[in-house]
Design a protein around this ligand. Structure first.
Ligand SMILES: *Cc1c(COP(=O)(O)O)cnc(C)c1O
Length: 340
């Protein structure tokens, strides 16, 4: 398969149209057979549920070229499960798990020439999403839905090395205790835009949200879970209002089974922040983005790993998980799906 003639290393995390997208429609109570399409536009009613009341959910995963030139993707079964959970919370029909996985593999296959080569640092980002497509004016769930998968090549997240990021404990709330923080829905992102633009204007890279009920415990950032290192212990947040990150859950396994670390998933009070040696943000986009400092309402907490590079334990976690994804380290059973 001839690859596209692109300078892969210069790509950013921006939308770049590829060959095919996948589309399936839900009508009269069931999903149609679905198909690949070259039409990268969507035509819907001006009164569609997604446009009026934000009824939409999404997922994000990646396709990689391994060292021995196979094209693979990482744990799409977990994205399928999570999208079903997200859909249920917004009263949308679930897109069946096996069909989700097949559609992801089929869409990657159809865009094979867009999967960046091994060693380029770039990957093909895969974005499944679903939205209410029929007209709704009274507040209720739509009757019809569209499930789509788009792909777009994205560049190496860190150009010239992973620079630790500066976080601030946000004055805004991200997720109510019994709200929608645990699902991957556009509505969680729409309301985070003002907070992120404000944080950037103040010189921070990201907001670290505290729990909304007490504002005393760590939750996550707008689009990534947070992990901490204390000695040989990997500490991460347990909360019903954070998004269950596939990357974070995979790193917990890697920490325990590959690196012999102790893993704790628990509540983390803000007062404990100065006790950690390293921290990182984890999600599909960056895998792990090291944290250099956290500003807690004017008090600057500097992680001992510093502002120049990843700390040693976070680096080991990063190298091991990316090695598993790129096929240089043996993966646990069922983590890697080959695109045939
Ligand atoms: C998508 C997302 C993450 C990261 O999840 P991954 O499955 O690791 O990509 C973390 N937090 C939020 C709020 C997210 O939307």
């Amino acid at each position: 398969m001839e690859k596209q003639n692109i300078d892969w290393g210069s790509l950013n995390f921006e939308y770049h149209e590829t060959d095919k997208s996948y589309v399936s429609n839900f009508k009269n109570g069931s999903w149609d057979d679905g198909e690949l399409t070259s039409d990268h536009t969507v035509t819907i009613s001006e009164c569609a549920g997604v446009l009026q009341y934000s009824q939409s959910v999404f997922e994000g995963l990646k396709a990689y070229t391994t060292k021995d030139s196979r094209i693979v993707t990482f744990r799409p079964d977990l994205n399928a499960d999570r999208m079903i959970d997200s859909a249920k919370r917004l009263e949308m029909p679930a897109f069946p798990k096996e069909r989700f996985i097949d559609a992801v593999l089929e869409t990657i296959k159809a865009n094979e020439s867009w999967v960046p080569p091994y060693g380029s640092g770039a990957t093909l980002y895969v974005r499944p999403y679903m939205f209410g497509s029929s007209a709704v004016i009274g507040v209720k769930p739509a009757d019809e839905y569209q499930f789509r998968i788009l792909t777009t090549p994205v560049g190496p997240y860190f150009k010239g090395g992973a620079k630790p990021v500066k976080l601030k404990i946000s004055n805004f709330d991200r997720a109510a205790p019994r709200g929608t923080g645990h699902i991957k829905a556009g509505l969680n992102y729409a309301m985070s835009l003002h907070a992120i633009v404000s944080a950037h204007a103040e010189g921070f890279n990201e907001n670290l949200y505290p729990d909304s009920a007490t504002r005393t415990k760590v939750e996550e950032t707008g689009g990534a879970n947070i992990i901490f290192i204390k000695g040989n212990t990997f500490v991460t947040v347990k909360s019903p209002s954070i998004l269950p990150s596939v990357t974070r859950r995979s790193l917990e396994y890697v920490a325990e089974h590959y690196l012999g670390m102790t893993v704790e998933e628990r509540e983390i009070p803000l007062t404990e922040l100065p006790e950690f040696e390293e921290a990182g943000l984890c999600g599909t986009a960056a895998v792990i983005s090291p944290v250099g400092s956290i500003n807690n309402h004017g008090r600057e907490i500097l992680l001992p790993s510093g502002m120049d590079q990843m700390g040693p334990k976070i680096q080991k976690l990063y190298d091991t998980l990316t090695g598993i994804q790129m096929g240089t380290i043996e993966a646990p059973e069922g983590w890697i799906y080959e695109v045939k």
